[in-house]
Design a protein around this ligand. Structure first.
Ligand SMILES: Nc1ncnc2c1ncn2[C@@H]1O[C@H](COP(=O)(O)OP(=O)(O)OP(=O)(O)O)[C@@H](O)[C@H]1O
Ligand SMILES: [Mg+2]
Length: 407
């Protein structure tokens, strides 16, 4: 098998990823190879390919239409589990949602119609090759171990609320708050609750919840034109302790620009059709994606740390939101690390920002302790002042028994 893939879109440095085509029907195999150019190795079936794998070189295997049945997809899933450096793309004669779902559940990265746009297959191979080449070897995940079902599941339709957690200052506590609030809501809700990591370059929601994602938002974007709720649902990873569903950020910062504002909003809009709450963690600056999310959100939690630079930046952030005609009723101000010890008066902060604080979260060592254990603080230290503030904030969305009593 050749060691190199070079397509017209390839970056100047060579990507050391092998490309294989697996198809039993010789003319179809030739046709697929014709779409991919030189340096591609043909195989008649997945067993032949498996016999040649060493596990040392990343391989993108393009599976032809003859592979689009359950038995072959199962076999390819088993091979991927054994060789995590292999990724597969399925080429089919005719695309159907069910086939797409079955394939993605068997760990296939993308599914394309053979009759589709010329160049689309080479681009898909390129995209998967880049991801394999850049993914740290230890972090390469085997195929998603989700059972393949014959029937696509029906998801009950809901009209969920979108809550975006934002701050104009890095380190303000957005990820701590979004993970804990999402976990708290997931525990209280009878319907699904989802957390989306829209900090596309440096998102750490998966790390903060100790999750091993098999898919990220990049996979969702790459199949967006064929997306439906069951398919989107199958790309989410579950936080077992709370039942929270999570859409993780890309594994590498380089993939961030594959997700634009329109794609992000489309994903969030589809999530809200089957999730009661969609909580979105964001980066610490305005970009198209954040602006799109703010617009699409029912509530925006603006997080401010209790120090002068934080308050200054949040004031600028508020001015920007006003300029963008964001309805101020959407905003909830959360003051984080709001202890008396920091010598900043909460009333003064509220006057400066011209809005009242909706939640005050104290500073507590249990937060970094929880983060370092990969646990949300509401589960790690449920009785702490931090957790109680987050529980009270959650009461605004789903009152707990204690919240009802407080009211
Ligand atoms: N109330 C708190 N008490 C103590 N430590 C806190 C508190 N809130 C956040 N931290 C700590 O501050 C750090 C930054 O928090 P977090 O990652 O949630 O911020 P962020 O706004 O998401 O940052 P970024 O802009 O980098 O994404 C974390 O290490 C966390 O442990
Ligand atoms: Mg963060």
């Amino acid at each position: 098998m050749t060691d190199f893939l070079t397509t017209p879109e390839a970056p100047p440095s060579t990507i050391r990823v092998s490309v294989a085509v697996v198809e039993s029907h010789a003319p179809t195999r030739e046709r697929i190879m014709g779409l991919l150019g030189d340096g591609v190795t043909p195989f008649a079936n997945v067993e032949e390919l498996a016999a040649r794998l060493t596990g040392a070189v990343p391989v993108v295997a393009v599976l032809g239409p003859s592979c689009s049945d359950d038995a072959v997809l199962h076999a390819s899933e088993r091979i991927q589990r054994e060789y995590p450096l292999m990724a597969t793309i399925l080429v089919v004669d005719e695309l159907s949602t069910q086939l797409l779902q079955t394939a993605l559940r068997a760990g296939v990265r993308d599914v394309l119609a053979l009759t589709g746009e010329s160049g689309a297959l080479a681009q898909a191979v390129q995209r998967v090759a880049v991801s394999l080449d850049q993914t740290p070897r230890a972090a390469v995940m085997p195929a998603a171990p989700v059972p393949v079902t014959d029937e696509p599941e029906e998801l009950p339709t809901v009209d969920g609320q979108v809550i975006t957690v934002f701050s104009t200052k890095g380190g303000a506590g957005k990820s701590m708050l979004s993970t804990s609030l999402a976990v708290e809501l997931a525990r209280r809700s009878e319907q699904p609750v989802c957390l989306v990591d829209a900090d596309l370059q440096f998102g750490d929601v998966a790390v903060m919840l100790k999750l091993t994602p098999h898919h990220t938002i990049v996979d969702a974007v790459s199949v967006l034109d064929r997306m439906d709720p069951p398919l989107l649902e199958s790309l989410l990873v579950t936080h077992e302790a709370s039942g929270l569903r999570v859409m993780p950020a890309p594994l590498e910062p380089a993939f961030a620009d594959q997700v634009g504002a329109a794609e992000m909003v489309a994903i969030v809009e589809m999530l809200r059709t089957f999730c009661a709450y969609v909580i979105v963690d964001t980066p610490a600056y305005f970009n198209d994606v954040v602006l799109g999310l703010v617009e699409a959100s029912d509530r925006v939690l603006l997080v401010a740390g209790m120090d002068i630079p934080n308050i200054k930046n949040v004031k600028i952030g508020l001015q920007t939101l006003r300029l963008l005609n964001t309805p101020m009723e959407k905003l909830l101000l959360v003051l984080n690390r709001a202890n008396s010890k920091v010598k900043l008066d909460i009333g003064e902060v509220e006057r400066t920002l011209q809005i009242k604080a909706d939640a005050l979260i104290p500073s507590d060592i249990c937060v970094p302790q929880a983060v370092n254990k990969g646990e949300p603080v509401v589960l790690h230290s449920p009785k702490s002042g931090v957790s109680r503030s987050i529980q009270q904030l959650a009461d605004q969305f789903i009152p707990s028994d204690a919240g009802r009593r407080r009211k």
